[in-house]
Design a protein around this ligand. Structure first.
Ligand code: NAG
Ligand code: NAG
Ligand code: NAG
Length: 213
């Protein structure tokens, strides 16, 4: 098995375009963490950028919390459920509604519909990958942002914005080229208090806990 268990929370970096409001995001990214039409949880992870429910700033990103699960023993992710409306296709779902957090390939893989004939009001499995950290790289980080790269991203910009060392972020994404303009990388994220969250603390094991045998 490539994974055994996931973690309670990961964050999805959602790039906001003008037609998208918090209402839409809470609908697309609904889970046991983000309930429909409940914006408080999303806002609590974005205190520095979202000040009121109607005040999303276009062309910026917000972090949306979601459960990070071990799917089929194969990979860490979460499957959101999207209900189609007239005119939807996989490209629109992946790259507009889900802000490139998933891909057309993943939609094709996890849905049996003919990509050219997706019914209206159909339930679509929207798979978003996540990370719970890597103890071999650092035990200081246990909350990660699933971050779709865009054309204006660079490692330097991402590191500055995160307040982290470039080398650390690169280590968590060994072969990634952060300037490539597409694809997913994982960046250590901050909790609702604005702090980084250590690996293992969620399980109740303290960071410097000594194991007794
Ligand atoms: C966003 O939500 C509004 C209000 O519910 C809705 O009219 C609009 O179609 C939604 N936008 C998208 C892209 O789904
Ligand atoms: C969505 O995933 C579930 C669980 O794997 C599967 O049973 C269902 O058929 C999938 N939906 C589609 C439309 O393929
Ligand atoms: C990373 O991608 C950019 C944009 O495609 C390219 O210019 C650059 O050479 C790449 N860097 C490496 C190390 O491959």
């Amino acid at each position: 098995a490539k994974c055994v268990k996931g973690c309670d929370v990961a964050l999805a970096s959602y790039y906001i375009i003008p037609s998208i409001q918090l209402r839409n995001i809470s609908n697309f990214m609904q889970s046991k963490i983000v309930l429909t039409n409940s914006f408080d949880v999303i806002m609590s992870y974005n205190r520095d950028v979202v000040f009121d429910k109607s005040g999303l700033i276009s062309y910026t990103r917000i972090n949306v919390p979601f459960p990070c699960e071990c799917i089929g023993g194969e990979f860490l992710g979460h499957v959101f459920e999207y209900t189609t409306k007239e005119g939807d296709d996989y490209d629109l779902i992946a790259n507009t509604y889900y802000a490139s957090l998933t891909t057309v390939e993943l939609l094709k893989k996890f849905n049996s519909y003919d990509p050219n004939h997706i019914p209206v009001k159909a339930k679509i499995n929207v798979t978003v990958i996540c990370s719970c950290g890597n103890s071999q790289i650092s035990k200081d980080y246990g909350l990660f942002v699933t971050y779709p790269l865009r054309s204006d991203d660079t490692l330097a910009k991402i590191a500055t914005k995160a307040g982290l060392d470039e080398g650390l972020i690169q280590n968590f994404n060994q072969d990634a080229n952060f300037s490539i303009g597409s694809g997913i990388v994982f960046i250590p994220g901050r909790d609702q208090n604005g702090h980084f969250f250590p690996l293992y603390s969620r399980t109740g094991i303290a960071k410097h806990h000594h194991h007794h045998h």
